[in-house]
Design a protein around this ligand. Sequence first.
Ligand code: A2P
Length: 285
Amino acid sequence: MFEPDKSTYQLNDGNQMPVLGFGTYKIAKPDLMNQTIQSAYENGYRMFDTAQYYRNEKMLGDAIRNLSVPRQDVFIIDKVTEMNQGHDLTINSTDFSLQQLGTDYVDLLLVHWPIADKFFETWEAFEELKKQGKARSIGVSNFTRSQLELLKTQADEMPVVNQIETHPYLNQAPLIKFDKKQSIVTQAWSPLGRGAILDNPMIGKMAVHHGKTPAQIILRWDIQRGISVIPKSQNPERIAQNADLNFELSDDEMSMLDVMNRNQRTGNEPELVYELGKQYKQFKK
Ligand code: A2P
């Protein structure tokens, strides 16, 4: 049974996180933010994902306040951008983000991308922010297995979430398995591959069979493989559709979706972003 406003994952720090969230990347106008957040909330979404890089934290904070619901009814995810990594910048930029969002804490703060030369000091700042209560939970985004293993060599606390690009054409099965072993919940950004997978004929057939849409089939696959999803949509009908996931894919259907992998990314390659950080350090020397 999936209920968008009630279904949660247990995080390894004791907190709970909704299974379904709403992605706000590229929502850049206050009216649109208000409409989409209102529509998402009405359809049961309780988790809202932003980032310093999106430059829409204030809009999101205002839109959440316009819902007139208690702060604890919503789960806010924010991410510290590459340029703000390092110990002091992480602390200061998070304070600024909280001010923009108009809240004393975010529910989950993520390192947006791994950067080699800021790697450990950024995480140390995250651990401090958690102790101070400014981030209820801390996690990472776009981390590979080797970066998580590296983090483990010095971290006092491990991330509770790894938010990564994953969809049927980039199924990330080995990383999801590794995350699970480490008690890290995997969360999918661009679970619909930015719309590119929706015309896959096999997914289309499954959709017809269930009386659902291809997007619902993909999101349901994610939930059944035990990961969290944050689909984006600016359209009220599709916002509603993406939260209506209370049906079941058979084992055969799950397997068919599992083998569609093409290692096809829509975003950056995390190892490259990490290395660029290193080059930046060398360049400065
Ligand atoms: P729109 O905003 O017009 O609904 P992702 O979350 O993978 O990045 O995908 C986002 C893209 O997928 C957006 O272009 C969005 O367009 C589209 N999209 C979101 N939900 C659906 C849906 N249920 N059916 C079709 N397209 C969708």
